[in-house]
Design a binder for this molecule. Structure first.
Ligand code: SAH
Length: 227
């Protein structure tokens, strides 16, 4: 899978993409991430990217020409399945959306900055608008890193069996059960007996029941099939 990310501050994206599982995905050739600095498409000798709002109002916004030029250059090279804009007024990201995106081949992600982007970019280029939650960040770079991580770890071959995404929270609309490692006892705090029993059908049953209990207590909305 190939992901192109358009940003006025691509440096903000580097660290999350260059370590741990995202690094492994790229080293294995399963994920290709290309960062594009919109400054390279800026206008005039100052490489201007932002401008005042028509109609007045506080704050600058991203002009459309640099963004359009970058998008169209990439579109001339390959077809994109999705062009995603990270925005607080988009659809709230959840595991189902990550699963869906993880099956695509080429994705472009546009990070906003300042007050956001000229509405005409959204109308004419964007195919999906995604929010990572009901709060406002200063730029779309951290949200884009969240999206890439959540998609990248789902690509076949990225995670090994031990870390398999199938058993994570939200797959099957359930939260993950409690987990334990050594020592089996610490300060008198014991690991549940069943996990030490070696009886795998019983362990599976216990995990399922704990998942269900945890979901009922913390996120009953998931069991009603809501987002
Ligand atoms: N004026 C906008 C917020 C702009 S914040 C509004 O009120 O909706 C600047 C940029 O940060 C946005 O363009 C977007 O790309 C990104 N951003 C901020 N919060 C976000 C969130 N919760 N999810 C996704 N992107 C977000």
């Amino acid at each position: 899978m190939r992901i192109d990310i358009l940003s006025v501050m691509p440096e903000l994206l580097r660290s999350p993409l260059e370590h741990s599982i995202m690094k492994r995905a790229q080293d294995k050739g399963l994920l290709e991430v290309h960062l594009h600095n919109l400054r390279d498409y800026g206008l005039g000798k100052n490489k201007q990217l932002d401008d005042y709002q028509f109609g007045g109002g506080a704050g600058m916004l991203m002009r459309l020409e640099p963004v359009v030029n970058c998008i169209e250059k990439l579109q001339a090279e390959r077809t994109y399945d999705e062009i995603i804009y990270m925005t607080p007024d988009g659809q709230r990201l959840n595991q189902q959306i990550c699963n869906r995106f993880s099956m695509k081949e080429n994705i472009m992600i546009l990070c906003g900055h300042y007050k956001g982007i000229d509405e005409r970019i959204r109308e004419h280029f964007i195919t999906a608008e995604i929010s990572i939650g009901d709060y406002v960040l200063s730029g779309g770079e951290l949200p884009a890193a969240v999206l890439v991580d959540s998609i990248g770890r789902l690509l076949p071959g990225v995670l090994n069996d031990e870390t398999s995404a199938l058993f994570d929270s939200f797959q099957d609309n359930l939260l993950a059960p409690p987990i334990y490692t050594r020592p089996a006892e610490f300060r008198g705090w014991k690991v549940p007996d069943v996990l030490l029993s070696g009886n795998f059908p019983e362990i599976e049953k216990w995990r399922y029941e704990e998942s269900l209990k945890r979901t009922q207590e913390r996120r009953p909305d998931l069991l009603e099939g809501e987002d």
